[in-house]
Ligand binder design. Structure first.
Ligand code: DGL
Length: 266
């Protein structure tokens, strides 16, 4: 079992922020990554549709005998995690609980902001996870749908991105949050702009980083850590032609992506 790879999936390229953190923390683990690029975005789709997509992605990875499933997509984690946990006899790690846990542990005032896709915010999953740990927390969750295309355009420090952030984050600033959960795969790339708009006193929670810690913790608990000096390079699969994933993904990872294979999920 420890020798098997970890399977990571996302609606597209964004989950590479999670893959990158897992690689950094667990360099000896083999990784399979599936980006459902033919059906991205998940953030605007109904929970029923996202659940179906998530089931198909998970089935693809489990056919390849992974030892663990990581649902890197916040939208999929927020509506499909429980179903996947019940369906598969292997650890399934989502991004919501690790981010919520960290937010609760660092907030001083209990005023926590959450930003994500429409689907993630509508699901209430972050609010629920935070309230479960800290029932008195005052949580404000807001969708920021324009951030995804801005990041994929590479406009990480662009004036348009700054203006958009000011518009979206205004209500959170007024609410006096002291902690903000970046509840979408793409948002860690906007940390600089978000921090500038919110001010240095607001703590940003990177769900990707927290998820990597959760993966490491679970592997250790289950004695499933791979005992090897170095991993094979990750294998990348996508459901549409690979060119765009390869180009934008290289920006996300900060290095060129090796071979990316197009697959069909059914
Ligand atoms: N990966 C998605 C998430 O973290 C963002 C992109 C999408 O809407 O599919 O929610």
């Amino acid at each position: 079992m420890p020798e098997r790879a970890i399977g990571v999936f996302d609606s597209g390229v964004g989950g590479l922020t999670v893959l990158k953190e897992i690689q950094r923390l667990l360099p000896s683990e083999d990784l399979l990554y599936l980006g459902d690029t033919a059906r991205v975005p998940y953030g605007t789709k109904s929970p029923a549709t996202v659940r179906r997509y998530a089931q198909e992605a998970a089935a693809f990875l489990t056919r390849r005998k992974v030892k663990m499933l990581v649902v890197a997509c916040n939208t999929a984690s927020s509506v499909a995690l429980l179903e996947l946990e019940n369906h598969y006899n292997l650890p399934v790690i989502g991004v919501i609980e690790p981010g919520a846990k960290r937010a609760v542990s660092v907030t001083r005032t209990g005023r926590i902001g959450v930003i994500g896709t429409e689907g993630t915010v509508k699901s209430g999953a972050y609010t629920l996870a935070i309230k479960k740990l800290a029932p008195d927390a005052d949580v404000v969750a807001l969708p920021c749908p324009l951030f995804v295309p801005l990041v994929e355009e590479g406009w990480l420090e662009h004036p348009v991105t700054r203006l958009t952030a000011e518009e979206y984050l205004g209500p959170l600033r007024h609410h006096g949050i002291d902690t903000l959960v970046l509840g979408c795969t793409h948002y860690p790339l906007l940390k600089n702009v978000l921090q500038q708009v919110l001010g240095p006193e607001v703590i940003l929670i990177d769900s990707a980083e927290e998820t990597a810690f959760a993966v490491a913790e679970r592997l250790q608990r289950q004695r499933c850590v791979r005992d090897a000096a170095a991993a094979q390079p990750p294998q990348f699969f996508v459901t549409d032609v690979p060119e765009r994933f390869q180009r934008v993904g290289g920006e996300f990872l900060g290095r060129p992506l090796p071979k990316v294979e197009q697959v069909c999920l059914d």
